[in-house]
Design a protein around this ligand. Structure first.
Ligand SMILES: Nc1ncnc2c1ncn2[C@@H]1O[C@H](COP(=O)(O)OP(=O)(O)O)[C@@H](O)[C@H]1O
Ligand SMILES: [Mg+2]
Length: 370
């Protein structure tokens, strides 16, 4: 293998001229290294620069600054067909007047492959996406999920080293999307191809990816595994974007190793927690506590970590009960798992009920605000 990395972006900037005539950076000094065989996702809300990044890897756009490297080679202005990558678009972009077979065969025919080879490779590709026997249908005779598979088969038939997928499941309903997530992941593992996957859906990114780049306004906010970005968000933006959290504003009093002591005026308390990013004494920070990592008890727990609270709303949602609390005048949410099967209403908390909230320092994250 020529390079450890399948794809690299080195300090890539892409500027566009807006309709108003000003310049804007859709991608703003992005550096990322995607390993061979990795399932890598770019995650961020609409307009953060995901599609533009992907189009620069594919060769549909060229960077204003920096460069894209594939297998260690700078791509410069190399056109898409000279790059060993293939793209699956959200819109599928299937030819409606052609059969499934013809749609998948199209790229091979353009390459001038023999009839036998085309038949063999299309057959294998359709088998991979479980569409064997559907080859004579036209796209409109297929469900949304099946059309998605045709688009996937068409990309896979050219055996690219890298597959680029731009919100490929966006048009599917939730249940099908979840099934396809697992299928795509299994297919990627089985084929050993590098997948670069774009999504705005945090749960999708967490489920499928080996690593995720969390993006905002053209910049990478954090790159890491699902566990890293959820359990050790680099800053408040990432903690807020991925999952749910309680946030308290505070000022750092002291830092020792990866632990920090923070003064939280709203509670009149000092909290000890894990500093995930770079913070130092005097910094304004956000304290983040995930709602599923808090324990509620009837009596006071460990003294230093327990605060008295009152239940303001309690919502039973089956697997969990979502309990909203007033903790010293601050709204605070706690997800309690319903571990015991009971009809006793006391198990699910009542409005106005007094409880104790236990916060452990290992679940208390001290985050830079950026
Ligand atoms: N061809 C273009 N001309 C001008 N602006 C563009 C063009 N393509 C994208 N943009 C702008 O760049 C930003 C990032 O777009 P995009 O990469 O499509 O975001 P995402 O895929 O994350 O939703 C947006 O503000 C978008 O309007
Ligand atoms: Mg997009």
């Amino acid at each position: 293998m020529a390079s450890e990395f399948a794809v690299e972006l080195r300090d890539v900037v892409k500027k566009f001229i807006t309709p108003e005539g000003s310049e804007m950076a859709a991608v703003d000094h992005v550096t990322m290294q995607i390993r061979n065989g990795e399932f890598f996702s770019m995650l961020g809300s609409s307009g953060c620069g995901k599609t533009t990044s992907l189009r620069m890897i594919a060769g549909f756009e060229w960077p204003t600054e920096g460069d894209v490297y594939i297998e260690g080679k700078p791509m410069g202005h190399l056109p898409p067909f000279q790059r060993n990558v293939n793209t699956v678009f959200q819109s599928y972009a299937l030819f409606q007047h052609m059969t499934v077979f013809q749609n998948v065969a199209f790229g091979l025919e353009m390459e001038g492959a023999s009839k036998d080879e085309i038949a063999r490779r299309v057959g294998r590709s359709l088998e991979m996406v479980q569409l064997t026997g559907m080859d004579r249908r036209r796209p409109r005779q297929l469900s949304g999920g099946q059309q998605q598979r045709v688009a996937l088969a068409r990309a896979l038939v050219k055996t690219p080293d890298v597959l680029l997928l731009d919100e490929p499941l966006g048009a599917l309903d939730l249940k099908l999307r979840k099934e396809m997530q697992l299928e795509l992941k299994a297919l990627q593992q089985q084929l050993g191809i590098t997948f670069i996957y774009v999504t705005h859906d945090q749960e999708e990114a967490l489920t499928m990816s080996d690593r995720i780049a969390v993006m905002s306004k053209g910049k990478i906010m954090q790159m890491g595994t699902s566990v890293e970005v959820y359990e050790r968000p680099a800053n408040r933006f990432v903690a807020e974007f991925i999952g749910e959290s309680n946030f308290l504003e505070g000022k750092v009093k002291s830092v020792k190793g990866d632990q920090a002591v923070v003064d939280v005026p709203a509670w009149g308390e000092e909290l000890i927690g894990i500093a995930t990013g770079k913070v130092k004494a005097g910094d304004d920070v956000s304290v983040s506590i995930r709602p599923e990592k808090v324990r509620l008890t009837d009596k006071q727990g460990i003294k230093e970590n327990s605060l008295e609270a009152v239940v303001t709303t309690s919502t039973y949602i089956g697997s969990d009960t979502h309990v909203y609390l007033d903790v010293r005048g601050q709204r605070f949410k706690v997800w309690e798992q319903n571990r015991i099967s009971t009809l006793d209403p006391r198990a699910y908390y009542a409005n106005g009920q007094k409880v104790w909230v236990t916060l452990l320092s290992e679940n208390t994250l001290i985050l830079p605000k950026a």
